[in-house]
Design a protein around this ligand. Structure first.
Ligand code: FAD
Length: 426
């Protein structure tokens, strides 16, 4: 980086929100610097590429969540399931997302998975769930159906934030990869820049610093709360957090010969706070999962394997550990929902003809969130108590929205970019 270059905005993190903000602001002529902790995102899935970007973060006893540390963030490995935001709940906290959601819908590829691309596992699951009376429906997906090759799972058909990041760089934004923001520089109650460490820096060497009147934290649902708390806002995470725990259950249908499948294309709401969904991940992901659980006997049984996911809405609890990690326990109400979901999931799998059903144990089935609340740690414009310091990423999604957040995050990024554009030009 040219040390003397002036920036209007420093964006920390180049995932869904960071990439979108960098693109929108640079298109309006703002001088934008993006600091990204990870390196290049992979062009395609391979064991090496996934291992090099996936980061498992412990959030409880035998409980961890996955995030991606790479340009483009977690969208490099996400499933592309689209849920709409609860617009009324956002209105109630002073955030009108209607126009932004409508605009984002027009610029990213969205479709329901075409019937031809619904794999045999998903079809069996759908038929079994419906036979048991569940309202098992297709979800919208962030997929470009024209890019689906051979009616089967195609990594390149999923929308990814790296396309927005590429547009930002084309617009003139500067991207520094392998640059981890360590500290936000605060003077007289306002953000004035960021101190960061570049990969390969020798131990004890001073951090690099960059100054700008606006800093946007977009480091993701786990990293941004910590950075904000380290700025001196002790209210971050003071009520704990939620993590949408769930189960993934897999069985074997001996007569099935399924091909590579898009995961998450269908599901249903079982009861208030319990969701069931298609967990038939791609062959590549399936093998990684089985390897991770030492299920060697199932490793090459993808064509016969059928999976269902359970996700429940847990209450707030836990918080940061003394060592700077995260810890969450579940109460009786959470466990009751998990048991209810598991029992119904087993019934559906059995109805679909599955034998040898295996439950992978409790995992984080959705996002971790609730550390930062709109109206408390950030205002409706997403500004923190430090002037010029904003947060826009998964950490600000409220409790009212437990679904998949990408559309909502892109709408928030668009809204914040518009707000910042007026601040910067003023
Ligand atoms: C396996 C999986 C499946 C998913 N499936 C879906 C789905 O189907 N639908 C959906 O809508 N969502 C899904 N998600 C969630 C979705 O991917 C995330 O909610 C979304 O990407 C969050 O965007 P973000 O901008 O908050 O953060 P991210 O996309 O996570 O980006 C944060 C970026 O910040 C960088 N960073 C972190 N710390 C620092 C630092 N200190 N300095 C500089 N950079 C830093 C990271 O490297 C990363 O690039 C899934 C996630 C996973 C992991």
């Amino acid at each position: 980086m040219e040390p003397t270059k002036q920036y209007d905005v420093v964006v920390v993190g180049s995932g869904t929100c960071g990439a979108a903000i960098a693109r929108d602001l640079s298109a309006r002529g703002a001088r934008v610097l993006v600091l990204e902790r990870g390196g290049e995102a992979p062009q395609r899935e391979s064991i090496l590429s996934v291992v090099s970007i996936a980061d498992e973060v412990k959030v409880g006893h035998k409980l961890s969540t996955l995030r991606v540390l790479a340009a483009g963030g977690s969208s490099a490995l996400y499933f592309g399931v689209l849920n709409d935001p609860p617009l009324d709940a956002f209105m109630a906290i002073g955030v009108d997302l209607r126009d932004d959601v409508a605009a984002v819908r027009l610029e990213v590829p969205i479709c329901e998975l075409p019937d031809a691309a619904v794999g045999e596992q998903s079809q069996r699951l759908r038929d079994a769930a419906r036979a048991l009376g569940h309202d098992w429906r297709k979800h919208e997906m962030l997929i470009d159906s024209a890019k689906i090759e051979g009616d089967r799972y195609t990594y390149g058909a999923l929308w990814k934030a790296k396309s927005h990041l590429a547009a930002a760089v084309e617009n003139g934004a500067t991207l520094i990869k392998h640059a981890e923001a360590k500290k936000i520089l605060i003077e007289d109650g306002r953000a004035v820049g960021v101190a960061y460490a570049e990969k390969g820096r020798s131990r004890g060497a001073a951090l690099e610093t960059v100054r700008a009147p606006v800093v946007v934290l977009a480091a993701g649902e786990l990293a941004s709360p910590k950075i904000l708390r380290d700025c001196g806002d002790a209210r971050v995470g003071d009520r704990g957090f939620y993590c949408n725990p769930g189960y993934a259950l897999y069985g074997i249908v001996p007569e099935m010969d399924a091909r590579d499948n898009f995961v998450g294309s269908m599901g249903c709401v079982l009861d208030e706070g319990i969701e069931l969904g298609d967990a038939n991940v791609s062959k590549f992901m399936y093998r990684l999962m089985m390897l991770g659980k030492f299920k060697i006997g199932r490793l090459f049984k993808y064509p016969q394997s059928i999976g269902i996911g359970v996700k429940v809405k847990d209450g707030f609890g836990g918080g940061f550990t003394e060592k700077g990690g995260y810890h969450k326990d579940f109460d009786d109400a959470d466990m009751k929902k998990l048991r209810r979901g598991e029992a119904e999931a087993r019934k559906i799998l059995e109805r679909a003809g599955a034998k040898s059903i295996y439950n992978f144990g409790i995992s984080v089935a959705g996002r971790v969130g609730g550390f930062i609340r709109i109206g408390e740690q950030v205002d409706a414009d997403l500004q923190t108590k430090f002037r010029g310091l904003y947060v826009c990423d998964g950490s600000i999604i409220p409790d009212a929205m437990r679904g998949t957040p990408t559309l909502t995050l892109l709408a928030f990024a668009r809204r914040l970019s518009r707000h910042l554009a007026t601040t910067i030009s003023a």
